[in-house]
Design a protein around this ligand. Structure first.
Ligand code: PLP
Length: 391
């Protein structure tokens, strides 16, 4: 088959992957090959001109003054906390319903992650619950823009200002998202991005980026990401080694100009699911995700809720019919063995409920309408079967 050709929408579909990064990458295969070849020829595998070029492009894309490359989204979070001198005795408010890295960065510095519940509709940290969790030791809040939709940054930033607390955005899943027309990453003191291959802007390996409007933070982040070394072999403080390598930057430079188009495809896919589920009369049996007021959702995940304890059965059924799905996240952080003794100031009811009910469906940009129809059809079959069983 011609690798440049997309599967035709009319072709019969017998399987649907949760994610196929190959489809997006194939279209730019030649450009990426050339970009990688150029890095190989230059021999500048680190600190190549592509690194600075990508930083400038990401800063522009996110409407911020500074962008600093680093080795991963996890390192971006760690570096942001280090730049704020967060350490033992400090508390950092984080959602419990997120990827592990949000809280592990806090723990690694000897500070205490304080887990806060989420809003039911958005899956994002609940500003009202944040207010209850603030103490004299609270130094920062890390809102996570989960699944590609911003947390309520207006409310969170107001709270933070009032209490003189810093805000670090975990925007790993949300590059290009907006809240009240302001880009993810540009609201807080610093924003953290990941280029892990499954993210909306995925590299060919690990990579990360920090963004900020504060020149002092930018300088400190650069210093911390290069062993606190300035000038060469003189160390004013102890940093880490965290670099975005030139090959990853070169790949991302090819992919970034196509991100708006890819995001549009994701948004169209989300709309198509809403239509297909409604047409099939399934929108009451299954709870669909929706874009919140004032939000621009970039749909890193399309996450439905399945009530009545039938989520795992549906996932099993879909797997048997070659439809990919995944549970993000099955175990909230406050229930992880390594965090069992961490404080959480109130019940995390919504978090526990989400962990029981969520199921993410295929939403990647190159997913076809026929594939989406297949996903919805299979969910319809499951619901019909369940009704039969219940009758
Ligand atoms: C992916 C992700 C990270 C970590 O990014 P890596 O590049 O994999 O280290 C952090 N937070 C969230 C919410 C993520 O989804």
């Amino acid at each position: 088959m011609d690798p440049h050709k997309q599967p035709r929408p009319t072709a019969p579909v017998d399987q649907v992957p949760l994610l196929d990064v190959g489809r997006g990458n194939r279209v730019v295969r030649d450009e990426i090959r050339e970009a990688i070849q150029a890095v190989c020829d230059s021999g500048r595998f680190l600190h190549g001109p592509e690194c600075g070029g990508l930083e400038a492009s990401i800063a522009e894309y996110c409407k911020v003054d500074h962008a600093i490359g680093c080795a991963s989204g996890s390192d971006a979070l760690l570096l942001a906390l280090m730049a704020l001198d967060i350490g033992p005795g400090d508390e950092v408010i984080v959602p419990s319903f997120t990827f592990f890295a949000t809280a592990s960065a806090v723990w690694r510095l000897g500070a205490t992650p304080v887990f806060v519940d989420i809003e039911r509709d958005s899956f994002n940290i609940d500003p009202r619950r944040i207010a209850e969790a603030i103490t004299d030791d609270t130094k920062a809040i890390i809102p996570v823009h989960l699944f590609g939709q911003c947390a309520d940054m207006q409310a969170i930033c107001e709270l933070a200002r009032e209490h003189q607390i810093k805000v670090i955005e975990d925007a790993a899943q949300a590059i290009g998202a907006e809240h009240r027309q302001r880009p993810a990453g540009s609201w807080g003191d610093m924003g953290c991005f990941s280029f892990y291959p499954t993210k909306n802007l995925g590299a060919f390996g690990d990579g990360g980026m920090l963004v900020t409007n504060n020149p002092d933070h930018a300088a400190r982040l650069r210093l911390l990401a290069s062993h606190g070394m300035q000038p060469r072999y003189y160390h004013s403080e102890v940093g880490i080694n965290s670099r975005l390598d030139t090959i990853q930057a070169a790949v991302l430079q090819v992919k970034l100009p196509r991100l708006p188009e890819a995001t549009l495809r994701r948004r169209e896919n989300a709309d198509r699911y809403a239509q297909l589920f409604a047409d099939a009369g399934l929108d009451s049996a299954i709870c669909l995700p929706r874009e919140g007021e004032g939000q621009h959702h970039v749909w890193n995940q399309y996450t439905i809720r399945v009530a009545g304890g039938r989520r795992d059965a549906l996932r099993q059924f879909l797997a048997e019919h070659q439809v990919g799905s995944e549970i993000y996240y099955p175990v909230p952080l406050h229930r992880q063995a390594c965090f069992h003794n961490m404080r959480h100031p109130h019940s995390l009811r919504e978090t526990d409920l989400a962990a029981e009910q969520v199921l993410s469906l295929p939403i990647f940009p190159e997913l076809t309408a026929a594939e989406q129809q297949r996903v919805v059809e299979m969910i319809g079959d499951f619901v019909a079967k369940e009704k039969l069983l219940a009758a």
